[in-house]
Design a protein around this ligand. Structure first.
Ligand SMILES: *Cc1c(COP(=O)(O)O)cnc(C)c1O
Length: 402
């Protein structure tokens, strides 16, 4: 066992914060059904509603505009499903009826990409916008795609693999001008950078608790009043009829606690993460020859550093790091396990060979300067060893037998 354990995969998921864990443990004894009228039910419901206010506050929304879901994937699917219903039923909605254009990007999370693909298969006119070398949506392509038949625009606020922050405010403004509904997947942005639904001007926004030190299996969808919404899960009247199923009150409470802490500590978090991230960046640049940093030079999540190591293979780097107690990622958790190069790195124009040699370090609250220094010390010999092997033009066995 390595003596160090350094988790640098916070964009895949985060550990529960102690405060969140304690709140959850305390809440596990609250067993009332939050829909019941009696005292136990009312107690559970009060906690749900308090959490709803905390989640709303994180994004500058009203509590009444928050719908709890099972996570970011469900929130995104709920919005796309709503557009499917509006776009296919002629009388589904007043504003958008007759519109079949859907605009999203090439770098979305798979739950958006595959939702969009499912609408395309049904005959919707779906555009996957290209991005530039930094991962920013190409605005000329957006303007060209957007017109009076556009029903819906969905562009993520921050990318999970490279950390680039999109200009969602301007994207939303243009979408509203064209009379389209607009959504942003803010799962990676919330709790890391300021997020305000009114400033952004979006109709829908997606959140997930486990990316902000809350529990897994709980998320939220913000829906602006008057924006259409149809439930993905039919049943009881929970969440104003928008999402059936007995309230996951403990998950919701944990999400609320995580949101409250994230909101209060946002400036401090941003400063700390950016300092650690820059330390890692400088250390790698100084000690590993010819690396490439991916993402936007300025509009970046403070905790994310995606680095390409030409001549070394990503999975091999990850395994070597893991043996030294460092946990990072080759991209999104959902994409790893597949041999295809990351769709995000392909979209920023990277050659597949280089994309295969790219590592995402995503930092979080538990990381220290000493952790970063250990990483800076550990990475260079791994990269030079792997590069030496690959220049042999043969397999690892030959290299070690040499
Ligand atoms: C993690 C993630 C999701 C999925 O959220 P879950 O709660 O895990 O379903 C969606 N979008 C982005 C950008 C993510 O990083």
């Amino acid at each position: 066992m390595p003596e160090r354990h350094i988790y640098l995969d916070y964009n895949a998921t985060t550990p529960l914060r102690d405060e969140v864990r304690d709140a959850i443990i305390e809440d596990l004894t609250v067993y009332g059904n939050a829909s019941s009228m009696h005292e136990d039910g009312r107690l559970a419901r009060a906690r749900v509603e308090e959490a709803r206010r905390a989640v709303a506050t994180l994004i500058g929304a009203q509590a009444g505009d928050i719908i709890f879901t099972s996570g970011g994937s469900e929130s995104n699917n709920t919005v796309f499903n709503t557009m499917r219903l509006i776009g296919s039923a002629p009388n589904g909605a007043t504003l958008a009826s007759g519109r079949t254009g859907i605009i999203t990007t090439e770098i979305e999370h798979p739950c958006v990409l595959n939702s969009a693909a499912s609408l395309k298969a049904l005959g919707f006119n779906v555009t996957f916008l290209p991005v530039d070398e930094y991962g920013k949506v190409k605005m000329d392509a957006y303007r060209a795609a957007l017109n009076g038949s556009t029903l819906f625009v969905s562009v993520m606020l921050a990318n999970n693999e490279i950390g680039t922050i999109e200009d969602v405010k301007e994207i939303a403004r243009l979408a509203k001008e064209a009379g389209a509904w607009v959504h942003t997947d803010a799962t990676q942005a919330a709790g890391k950078i300021p997020v305000d639904v009114d400033w952004l001007g979006v109709d829908y926004l997606t959140l997930s608790a486990h990316k902000i030190y809350g529990p897994k299996g709980i998320g939220a969808l913000y829906r602006r009043k008057k924006a259409p919404l149809y439930p993905l899960i039919h049943g009881g009247h929970q969440e104003n009829g928008m999402r059936a199923g007995t309230y996951n009150n403990t998950g919701i409470l944990g999400f609320g606690k995580a949101a409250e802490l994230a909101k209060n500590e946002l400036p401090e978090y941003g400063r700390n993460m950016a300092a650690l991230r820059d330390r890692l960046l400088r250390g790698l640049e100084a000690n590993v020859p010819t690396i490439k940093i991916n993402g936007h030079p300025k509009d970046m999540l403070p905790n994310t550093l995606n680095v390409s190591f030409p001549g070394a293979e990503g999975e091999a780097i990850l395994l070597s790091l893991d043996m030294k107690g460092i946990e990072a990622s080759t991209g999104s958790a959902c994409a790893s396990g597949s041999l295809d190069p990351s769709h995000v790195l392909m979209a920023i124009g990277m050659w597949p060979e280089l994309a295969h040699g790219s590592i995402r370090f995503s930092l979080g609250r538990n990381n220290t300067e000493a952790d970063i220094d250990y990483v800076i010390e550990t990475v260079p010999p791994i990269i030079s060893r792997l590069r030496a092997m690959s220049t042999l033009g043969c397999c690892n066995i030959a290299a070690s037998a040499r």
